[in-house]
Design a protein around this ligand. Structure first.
Ligand SMILES: Cc1cc2nc3c(=O)[nH]c(=O)nc-3n(C[C@H](O)[C@H](O)[C@H](O)COP(=O)(O)OP(=O)(O)OC[C@H]3O[C@@H](n4cnc5c(N)ncnc54)[C@H](O)[C@@H]3O)c2cc1C
Ligand SMILES: N[C@@H](Cc1c[nH]c2cc(Cl)ccc12)C(=O)O
Length: 515
């Protein structure tokens, strides 16, 4: 029996959901997207997790299919500048920690490494980022060979649940071009697209949605409604009045101002990472795309006025910013108490958002969509499926919240009220315990947020070591054991990095070849 879904919203969340549901259920689920011409999309959201490749894989799309159309580039890490002190930087790479004699290399590094650059001493990717290298050779081989990339497995599509290796890169892309691309993909596969405004929502006596009233297309009805209306949360927050749990007590950044800066990347090169540069009231993102750079200042409105933020961003960009129009954005930070209420599921900004740091928005969308497919409601409206979905998606965003709180707690920077207050904000009880534990032994499986939220202990380790504000000791056991193997591994990282930097093409060269 065919079921029907109406999705409100044609931003990244709406079109990702529509295309994925179609790929999962084909003609068994009839999908309609209604999007407004008058209400724009958020227009930002250009950096991803490495796991987004499962999304494209599921849709049957290769890099060559979508990257050139969306000005895509590779992202091998986040580079955090000035979080410790002016002039410092470190990387959070898509690269798992090496382990020597059962001990993570970073723990060894605390004892035997030279003070300074844990990231460049323990990982390869920081060297590739500094060299603006491509993660692939011109014959398309990956710089690491741990991955089965055989293309001929048409019946086996991967999802987040199968993540047992750490893929070495994610992507940057133009968010508007991606939404257009996915719209074409979905419509070609039978998704109905309606351009109109939803002006009213009809509920039955139990509070279930009966229909969405549009300005010009009458009433749209379905078995399930997906709210992808962005921060407005037109169905979940507005019509169904589901309470919103704010994260502002711990994460005060609630505004952003963004610019799209044209750049001659052939001349400047394309650094294969997102850069997050700490500022007086937040931080600035720099996301290199194929033909331009996306940049924006994420800041706390309580500490900085929008005009001041725009001025700081323009100064940061320099002369190239002169004639560009700035996009000012208010952010609603937190989550809907429940993401799925009755016959309405919120996905994307409509359901919740943490803040752009570490680019978690699209990951949370992808996770929500995969969970929706897993717990898709039958005609009997089993409430257990809905409750399990709500538990899983709430845990994911709460984990992301915890990881981001660490950035502000852990930053050594404390030179003004914003950075000092950031260390006094609320911390979830369990996290307060973990912050203590990390001082005696770097974060590991037993001392990090226990539910799936995609960040693994090594990500927490990078932050603890790189941010510099948490006093850290190495485990005393390391004074009692032979350190030779660990020292040899640190030397091996250096040798491997040197060889890669010498042999890999630049990202500009590789992407030109891909086109
Ligand atoms: C400053 C900032 C930076 C970010 N950076 C990143 C990043 O680097 N990486 C990342 O993963 N995520 C990032 N995000 C998050 C990411 O942008 C969003 O998760 C993503 O774009 C999804 O947005 P959306 O589709 O939920 O909402 P939107 O893009 O706002 O789309 C809303 C849609 O709903 C439609 N709509 C609303 N009301 C109605 C109505 N009444 N009738 C008809 N249509 C309606 C609109 O027309 C539009 O199509 C960032 C977010 C912000 C705010
Ligand atoms: N495991 C997830 C999350 C993740 C792991 N390392 C990084 C690094 C950065 Cl910069 C962002 C996200 C992540 C993933 O692989 O995407």
């Amino acid at each position: 029996m065919t079921q029907s879904v109406v999705i409100l919203g044609g931003g990244t969340a709406g079109w990702m959901t529509a295309s994925y549901l179609r790929a999962a259920f084909a003609d068994s689920v009839d999908v309609t997207v209604v999007e407004s011409r008058r209400i724009g999309t958020i227009g930002v959201g250009e950096a991803t997790f490495s796991t987004v490749r499962h999304f494209f894989d599921y849709l049957g799309l290769s890099e060559a299919d979508w990257m050139p159309e969306c000005n895509g580039t590779y992202k091998l890490a986040v580079r955090l500048e000035n979080w410790r002190a002016p002039g410092t930087y470190f990387y959070h790479p898509f690269e798992r920690m090496r382990v020597v004699d059962g001990v993570p290399l970073t723990d060894w590094w605390q004892k035997v490494g030279e003070a300074g650059h844990f990231d460049r001493d323990c990982f390869l990717i920081p060297w590739l980022c500094d060299a603006k290298a491509s993660p692939r050779y011109l014959d398309h081989r990956l710089f690491e060979q741990d991955f089965d990339e055989t293309p001929d497995r048409p019946l086996y599509r991967t999802t987040l649940a199968e993540q047992n290796t750490q893929f070495p890169y994610a992507y940057h892309f133009d968010a508007s071009l991606l939404a257009d691309f996915l719209c074409r993909y979905a419509v070609r596969r039978g998704v109905h697209r309606i351009i109109d405004d939803v002006v009213d929502v009809r509920l039955d006596e139990q509070g279930w949605i009966e229909g969405l009233v549009t300005r010009e297309h009458g009433e749209l009805t379905a078995d399930l409604y997906v709210d992808c209306s962005g921060f407005r949360s037109r169905l979940l927050g507005d019509a169904l009045d589901e309470p919103f749990v704010s994260f502002k007590d711990a994460l005060p950044n609630d505004r952003a101002v963004a610019l799209r800066v044209p750049v001659d990347t052939a001349v400047q090169g394309i650094r294969p990472c997102t850069t997050a540069t700490a500022q007086d009231a937040g931080w600035i993102w720099t996301i290199p795309l194929y033909d331009r750079v996306g940049t924006g200042y994420v800041y706390a409105g309580d500490y900085c006025e929008p005009e001041e933020a725009e001025r700081v961003l323009r100064d940061f960009v320099g002369p190239a910013a002169a004639d560009l129009e700035a996009n000012h954005i208010r952010m609603r930070i937190g989550r809907s108490h429940r993401a799925w209420v009755n016959n309405c599921v919120g996905i994307g900004l409509a359901a919740g958002f943490v803040e752009p740091l570490q680019s978690t928005g699209i990951f949370l969308i992808q996770h929500a969509i995969e969970q929706l497919v897993r717990y898709f409601p039958g005609t009997n409206r089993d409430p257990v499926l809905r409750d399990t979905y709500n538990l899983s998606t709430a845990r994911a965003i709460e984990g992301v919240r915890e990881f981001l709180i660490l950035h502000y707690r852990g930053a050594a920077r404390a030179d003004n009220d914003y950075w000092r207050d950031a260390k006094k904000g609320a911390v979830p009880h369990d996290m307060a315990v973990r912050l203590e534990q990390w001082q005696s032994k770097l974060p590991d499986n037993d001392t990090t947020y226990p539910y799936y939220h995609a960040f693994e202990p090594y990500s927490y380790v990078c932050m603890a070591l790189g941010l510099g504000g948490i006093p850290l000791r190495y485990p005393p056991a390391l004074d009692l054991v032979d350190t030779r193997a660990a020292r040899a591994e640190l030397t091996r990282v250096r040798e491997q990095a040197r060889k890669l930097v010498d042999t890999l093409p630049s990202q500009v060269e590789y992407l030109a070849r891909l086109r």
